[in-house]
Design a protein around this ligand. Structure first.
Ligand code: MG
Length: 342
């Protein structure tokens, strides 16, 4: 097996603003693993908060030597080897995990969900994300998202209530709210959540700083809405840290190291009665499609990452009438449709 990798800049259709930050591109590293005439595709998307970047991913990949591995179906052996090369580097590890799963599916002629014995369910809805924006832009985004059933609204600014009231005046769609750690005080957060519960909001993601673990627990106990950990949970081991303080967890391939780790996290979260959201970064269709194969195991899906970008090198999972359509072709089910260029 042979690893190749390509630095790539994901370009967003619009500047994306969340609590504390704003950006119009996301650095990434695209991966191709070749074996026996087949190519497995993978991706590391590297938004600023992950602490990985193209340089750290390159450094990690320099340590990888897949020439000794002759069978991509030895998934566990290969991924254990990758995992033991260095700690951290979860997005870099995810890129390889995706590419090896893609190869394994292609060899067995099975889509990823069948390779892993997941149910492939239809009729799963994803939310469409609207960043912190002006009223005109919110209005425009709501019309772009007209076919979606759920909207995910970024909060964490002084105009949170005004924006929610404005959105309620335009649509009666159920809302996911993501605060990205933007509220600083548990009392005002609870007051806000009580208010949101009357405004068609179904869940609240990461209201307080991930460091405020006990305060988050206090909030979860009193909140009428489920409180979902995102920034507070990255990997499998973090489940122990958050399990008593949140109602559920947002699992993302780039945070946890790929499909194998995500599956383990889902299994553990279910044993603990935690709710599960499958989310994504701004990613190409490569990683988003990989995540879509896990969708039947989750309570909520937030996989619109590839819809927000303008230079997607892949086609794969589609969103039709707000529902995800998982490809039936082998592996991830993605097709490279253009070069990795900005
Ligand atoms: Mg989030």
């Amino acid at each position: 097996m042979k690893l190749r990798y390509f630095p790539f800049t994901i370009v967003l259709k619009d500047t994306f603003t969340i609590s504390h930050s704003s950006r119009s591109t996301t650095p990434a590293m695209m991966v191709e693993i070749e074996h026996d005439g087949l190519t497995g595709y993978g991706e590391a998307s590297l938004p600023p908060y992950l602490k990985e970047n193209q340089q750290s991913v390159t450094e990690f990949f320099k340590k990888v030597d897949l020439s000794e591995f002759n069978d991509p179906l030895d998934l566990d052996i290969i991924l254990d080897y990758i995992n033991n090369l260095a700690s951290g580097n979860e997005a870099a590890k995810a890129a390889i995990d995706l590419a090896v799963h893609d190869l394994a599916g292609k060899i067995k002629n099975l889509p990823l969900n069948q390779l892993l014995n997941f149910k492939k369910s239809s009729g799963i809805y994803t939310s469409f994300t609207i960043g912190i924006s002006s009223k005109e832009k919110i209005k425009m985004k709501i019309s772009v998202a007209s076919s979606y059933k759920y909207l995910k609204i970024k909060l964490g600014s002084e105009v949170d209530k005004k924006n929610i009231e404005f959105i309620n005046s335009l649509t009666d769609k159920p809302l996911f709210v993501d605060v990205n750690q933007g509220w600083s005080d548990k009392y005002s957060a609870l007051e806000m959540i009580n208010w949101l519960a009357e405004k068609n909001v179904v869940l609240v993601e990461q209201p307080l700083s991930k460091e405020m673990i006990k305060e988050n627990g206090w909030l979860t106990e009193r909140s009428p809405l489920p409180i979902i950990a995102d920034e507070a949970i990255q990997t499998f081991d973090d489940i122990e840290l958050v399990k008593d303080f949140y109602s559920g967890i947002n699992i993302k391939l780039m945070k946890c190291g790929g499909v194998r780790q995500a599956k383990l996290m889902i299994e553990k979260a279910k044993r603990l009665n935690l709710k599960i959201m499958i989310g994504c970064m701004t990613e190409t269709s490569c990683a988003v499609t990989a995540a879509s194969h896990l969708a039947s195991l989750a309570d909520w899906i937030d996989l619109d990452g590839a819809e927000l970008i303008s230079n997607d090198p892949f086609s794969g999972m589609k969103i039709i009438e707000g529902m995800i359509q998982i490809p039936d072709s082998p592996g991830l089910g993605v097709t490279k449709i253009r070069k990795y260029q900005t």
